[in-house]
Write a protein that binds this ligand. Structure first.
Ligand SMILES: *Cc1c(COP(=O)(O)O)cnc(C)c1O
Length: 389
């Protein structure tokens, strides 16, 4: 076949972003300045109404400074999922606190409220669910648990710009939310992050921490870092923010197409399209959830990690369909983090790590692309059901 590879992710940069960067460069004011201030206002108004946003240089910095500003440090435990990008637990560990890993809900791939509650100890200071793949974690349950046990609730919203639960936006449930603006996320600033919070004191501490602890020059109030966003990055982010609603609609429409086409393809091949016998499971959406499909993640049901990798390889080799595996090694088994979780067993995390494949769902896909993705998944599912793979 000579078809072009459909990439798993595709950052979209237009002339508007290039012009906005050019204008900042021509202005001669490159560091944190008016573009950052405007981006913060616009980001909060668009994505976390009622909260304020503080811009930093990455999503990891947003988590790190949010945790520091909330007073997390040595002696504290913060409950996090293991099935996430390492930044979640890294940000906790770098404060001197201990990440405590709990299992996920097999439907949403997000931290399980029951598992999190069972992991509470006298040292637990906070719970930090991740809105994984753009699906909101069960914040209603987490708010109740946090209240019942006197814990702080934080949100890793790095993958979930605009996601909601019961009509309320992620990044507004917790003491703070942390967003990433890395190029593969639903919107980008090149690199960058945002801390969102409705706690004015916490927002101010993040502003201090990102700038050597200073509000006024040489009047350092706290020990801080340089985690500032530049006006160059903010200018890109402002343009992208304006494009985000249309992109989110495209992601949702693409996901709806894949849901339908993959189910139909399985049914037409005589394979179960739902239930425990399904060869491939399309991503379920919880009641009241506004999913923004940072990833469209299927399960290759019952697969070993090797079988899943062969499934992804067949998508690529036979159909020129790119895909991603997020995440093949759970955090609690990474050499860098395993010491926090001796002997820990997280069965749903392990199963997800073996079974997941994320298909292209980004806004740059054409109708033909989407049809090829669905045909490819159906064909590979048929091969797997017939025992060829
Ligand atoms: C991307 C990501 C981060 C980190 O964001 P960066 O901007 O890459 O530092 C944190 N948590 C999750 C879940 C992510 O996907």
């Amino acid at each position: 076949m000579t078809e072009q590879m459909i990439p798993a992710a595709h950052p979209i940069i237009g002339d508007e972003e290039i012009e906005a960067v050019g204008a900042v460069l021509r202005s001669g004011m490159l560091a944190q300045g008016p573009q950052v201030a405007a981006f913060e206002e616009e980001f909060a108004a668009a994505l976390t109404p009622g909260a304020e946003a503080v811009a930093v240089n990455s999503g990891t910095s947003a988590l790190h400074l949010g945790l520091l500003a909330a007073g997390i440090g040595p002696g504290d435990e913060v409950i996090v999922p293991s099935f996430t990008f390492a930044a979640t637990a890294n940000a906790v560990a770098i404060t001197g606190a201990a990440p405590v890993f709990a299992d996920i809900d097999p439907e949403t791939f997000c931290l399980s409220p029951q598992a999190a509650e069972a992991a509470i100890t006298p040292r637990t200071a906070a719970v930090m669910p991740v809105h994984l793949y753009g699906h909101p974690a069960d914040m209603t349950a987490f708010s109740r648990i946090a209240q019942r046990h006197g814990l702080a609730l934080f949100e890793d919203a790095a993958q979930a710009h605009g996601a909601s639960l019961g009509g309320r936006r992620v990044g507004t449930f917790g003491v703070f939310g942390a967003f990433s603006l890395y190029p593969t996320k639903n919107m980008t600033a090149g690199e960058g992050g945002m801390v969102t919070t409705s706690d004015a004191g916490l927002a101010r501490r993040v502003r201090l921490l990102r700038n050597q602890g200073m509000e006024r020059r040489y009047a350092n109030e706290l020990v801080g870092l340089n985690n500032r966003m530049t006006d160059i990055h903010a200018a890109i982010g402002r343009v992208q923010l304006a494009k985000l609603p249309a992109w989110t609609e495209r992601r949702r429409a693409n996901a709806a197409f894949l849901d339908r086409a993959i189910r139909e393809g399985l049914t037409q091949s005589g394979l179960p399209a739902s239930g425990p016998e399904s060869v491939v499971v399309v991503p379920p959406v919880a009641a009241g959830a506004g999913h923004v499909y940072h990833q469209y993640t299927i399960r290759v049901n019952g697969a070993s990690g090797e079988q899943r990798d062969r499934f992804a390889e067949a998508l690529r080799e036979q159909w020129q369909v790119g895909s991603g595996v997020f995440y093949p090694i759970p955090n609690h088994r990474l050499p860098s983090l395993a010491s926090f979780a001796p002997g820990l067993d997280l069965p749903e995390t392990e199963r997800a790590a073996r079974e997941v494949v994320s298909l292209p769902v980004h806004p740059a896909l054409s109708r033909d692309d989407l049809e090829r993705v669905a045909r490819a998944v159906t064909a590979c599912a048929r091969d797997r059901a017939e025992g060829h793979a």
